[in-house]
Design a protein around this ligand. Structure first.
Ligand SMILES: [Zn+2]
Ligand SMILES: [Zn+2]
Length: 476
């Protein structure tokens, strides 16, 4: 195991886990209560991120008892079984308690003294995995994480993932945003803080074809600050009508000799980057002219704040679903389908936007990752390309810009209201489906398998495992 870099860190906490934890810490008795969270470790270019996987509540009087030094403490037996589990599953260990107060919180000197007494030896037991503590108030959290050689780092922020993205800090942030004129209209809706938040986000778009090019345009115009784009393909004349702001010369260079005219066609990620820059010249863009399934490409997408999957292969679905659950990155899968029978009959024309977050909407649980097609795709690139369209690789399935636009607008709007915290707590979470021929909008309620190896917390599952669990990328 490579040594873990010591940096101020972030914690990702699924909404359902936060609700369970808060019911335990704040039952209305104004007393202190305890718990332990085990969390996956993700080392990223933006610093260390921990993804909460398991919550272990300490029972008052049995696991959480009067302390020798401080007011209360977790009992040795309760700690021991959890630190051993953290070591075995390669997870970070976080001891939790609460203080009074609301928007500010910090450890007491008794708390710090107990960390100094206990954590160096717990780091030894966990074999170098980080060990630390969180202290919660009703709307705040502070953290103290210990590494090897008595190094330690404070918590920067906790990100609660659910209907609304909620951020918790040790104390309220000072807001010093300057209103930017070009975003003034939408700033009135979301506040300057909302616009600043959009600027601070890193968004991944997988697939920059018909759907992905629309997403790039929408998100660029919203003022998102950072993009990671992945698509291995160059523009072709046949897909120009569906690519936003595409020009003929992106696909074909007329003045070149016949055999060379399409060889220098633009990559789709370059075209998307051009559109984003047109909307927001200060956006930072990583444009990867490569397949999402390549390990190096996937690695650049695991620390996004939100993922948009607009590439329709089973392999891409499997990997996207894995990143959401393993690295705690919320996302949405968009797609459109125009089924045409061999005799030319058009079936139900529809598009969907499927929101996938830890705890909601796993693509595996819902039978949307077909294992035999997954196997076929692994065989060859030609087969993979074929399945991106229809069963017969010779016939490109019809695809329509309006359908893509409906799915993408829905997905981007949903993202916008989720990250700005403006989504109602009881908002519709089911998957949006628009049927063009029937003219109906509907919602599919996603299923959830309590033993799913992707999204549940059964022992061997992927959920919240971070860097120390393999991602289903293509073998090198
Ligand atoms: Zn305390
Ligand atoms: Zn699942």
């Amino acid at each position: 195991m490579a040594p873990i870099t010591v940096t101020p860190w972030r914690l990702v906490l699924p909404e359902a886990m936060k609700a369970e934890l808060f019911a335990h810490l704040f039952p209305g008795d104004n007393d202190e209560h305890g718990a332990i969270i085990l969390a996956g470790v993700c080392q990223t270019d933006r610093g260390l991120k921990l993804v909460a996987r398991e919550l272990h509540l300490a029972i008052d009087g049995k696991d959480y008892v009067p302390g020798r030094h401080g007011y209360r403490m977790l009992k040795g037996e309760f700690i021991q079984s959890r630190i051993l589990r953290a070591r075995d599953l390669k997870l970070a260990y976080l001891a939790i308690h609460n203080h009074g107060g609301t928007t500010s919180v910090g450890f007491s000197s008794d708390d710090f003294a107990s960390h100094e007494r206990g954590y160096p030896s717990l780091v030894d037991i966990s074999r170098g995995l980080p060990v630390g503590a969180l202290v919660f108030a009703r709307s705040a959290v502070a953290g103290d994480l210990w590494f090897e050689d008595k190094q330690r780092a404070p918590l920067k922020e906790a990100i609660v993932l659910g209907q609304r993205r909620e951020l918790l800090y040790p104390s309220p942030l000072k807001t010093t945003q300057v209103r930017r004129l070009e975003f003034d209209r939408q700033s009135r809706l979301f506040g300057d803080a909302g616009q600043e938040l959009l600027r601070s986000l890193r968004i991944g778009i997988i697939g920059l074809g018909g759907a992905g090019s629309i997403l790039a345009e929408l998100l660029g115009r919203l003022g998102i600050g950072e993009f990671v784009l992945a698509d291995p393909d160059r523009a072709e004349v046949a897909n120009l009508p569906r690519l936003i702001a595409a020009r003929r010369m992106d696909a074909i260079i007329d003045w070149l000799p016949r055999g060379l005219r399409t060889r220098f066609a633009r990559y789709k990620v370059e075209m998307a980057a051009r559109n984003i820059r047109r909307a927001n010249p200060s956006a930072r863009i990583v444009a990867l002219q490569a397949n999402f399934l390549e390990p190096d490409v996937a690695k650049q997408l695991v620390d996004c704040d939100y993922l948009f999957l607009a590439a329709d292969t089973m392999g891409a679905r499997l990997l996207f679903n894995a990143i959401v659950h393993q690295h705690g990155v919320p996302g949405v899968q968009v797609g459109a389908k125009v089924p045409v029978s061999p005799s030319g009959e058009v079936g139900d024309v529809f598009c969907v936007a499927r929101k996938v977050t830890p705890g909601h909407g796993c693509l595996w649980c819902n039978g949307l990752i077909n294992p035999s097609r997954l196997q076929d795709e692994a065989v060859s690139d030609e087969a993979r390309r074929g399945y991106a369209y229809v069963a017969d690789p010779q016939v490109a399935a019809p695809s329509v810009i309006t359908l893509n636009a409906i799915a993408c607008s829905h997905a981007a709007d949903d993202f916008l209201f989720q990250v700005t915290g403006l989504k109602n707590q009881d908002a519709q979470q089911d998957w949006f489906r628009w049927n063009s021929r029937k003219g109906t909008a509907g919602y599919d309620g996603p299923r959830r398998d309590l033993e799913c190896l992707e999204c549940s917390s059964v022992d061997d599952s992927r959920l919240g495992r971070g860097d120390f669990f393999p991602l289903p990328t293509r073998a090198k």
